[in-house]
Design a protein around this ligand. Sequence first.
Ligand code: PHE
Ligand code: NA
Length: 454
Amino acid sequence: MSQLKLSKDSWSSQTVFVMAAVGSAVGLGNLWKFPYITGEYGGGAFVLVYLACILLIGIPVLFSEFILGRAGKANPVQAMANVARENGASRLWSLIGFNGVLAGVLILSFYSVIAGWAVAYFFESLQGSFIGIDAASVGVHFSTLLASPYQLLFWHTVVSVFTILVVAKGVKGGIEKAINFLMPGLFLILLVLLGYSTTTGAFIESFDFLFSPDFSKLSWEAVLVAMGHAFFTLSIGMGAMMVYGSYLSREYSIVRAGLWIAFADTLIALLAGLVIFSIVFANGLEPGSGPGLLFQTLPVAFGDMTGGWFFGTLFFALVVMAALSSAISIIEPVVSWFDQNWGINRFKAAWIMGILIWILGIGTVLSFNSWQAVHIFGEKTLFDTLDFLTTNIMLPLGGLFMTVFVAWVLKDEIRNSELPLSDKMMRVFMFVLRWVAPIAVILVFVSNLASEEN
Ligand code: PHE
Ligand code: NA
């Protein structure tokens, strides 16, 4: 009897864990960002580098982050301090946690603005604005939205308030339950869209664009962006997965959870890419048109296909929910740090940080209109700069030090108990963790600095 109860409890909490972690991973990164950066960096070769980064850097960092979270049992700053003490290492390792907390604040400031675009599109679709629409009118639609700071601010506010409410009230249980139908729903709609994209006449072209690499299009900058995106899309390098790892019970396999998350995340991104580029090529649109790509393409499909109103409205609702389940995990490290280390309770912390992030987000709102011509770095607007700094620098740096800690500092017995692998698998994993992942990250950083100077 008690045996039965125990196994049931751990089963349900483990499912919640995997769901929450998948909910964190799958978001705007897959649906919005992956397609548009793939378009900007020329397709196939970029995708190949991205997949290699998921495999050789992303998965090892994801495992490391779960191990550190489960061993450190706290918010990222405290978890790193705990594992450092336990392993006789310097307290400076908690800087990984600070880097993560700061990255989270900066990421959410723009993530929330983009999620706001999806909320706006949900209401537009609901009202039937996309029925029978052509590519040119969708383009006008999108640029009209971007041109209005007040509209963007309004939707950014809606997303911010919603995220704060969920995090402040700790009603994550509801969101976790929602993920149960969110992920299958998203997957099914993408399959419907995939069906549609085979009727556009440009499906093969789209497939070729994504999967036949042309290495002459590859630059060190493209490699850096592909690597950064591997971090962003798996929610790693900033402690979001560490927080989830701290809830993970001993018996559950980090390997199984990690591989499942990486698989689901990659599949959804590739499906989104296939669909979007079919529409791009069928309508003579520009693959490299930037952050608007998702919003300038999919309404064309919904406007054209049978049941498009229904599928379009449902799709944007799912995008919003996928973004929210990620947004919660982006703000969680800083909120749990305030809560546990500063005695500022979760409710207050969520509001204080949420409002700070909302204010920072105004910078991103203006990047698309009034401040469009304000360049911080080279050609980069404030939005581009925040995105670049967090995704391509802070997350890989955080992830690099996490792998170094797990590979070189963590006691063997802790690592072995956290990661029960066969001897052979452990040797492969340790080789990747000790050498391949850290050297790859450093190499990409250094090559970028070197090519900048030329
Ligand atoms: N992984 C999320 C996405 O793909 C974004 C995210 C980044 C979430 C960093 C948490 C931490 O949309
Ligand atoms: Na993702």
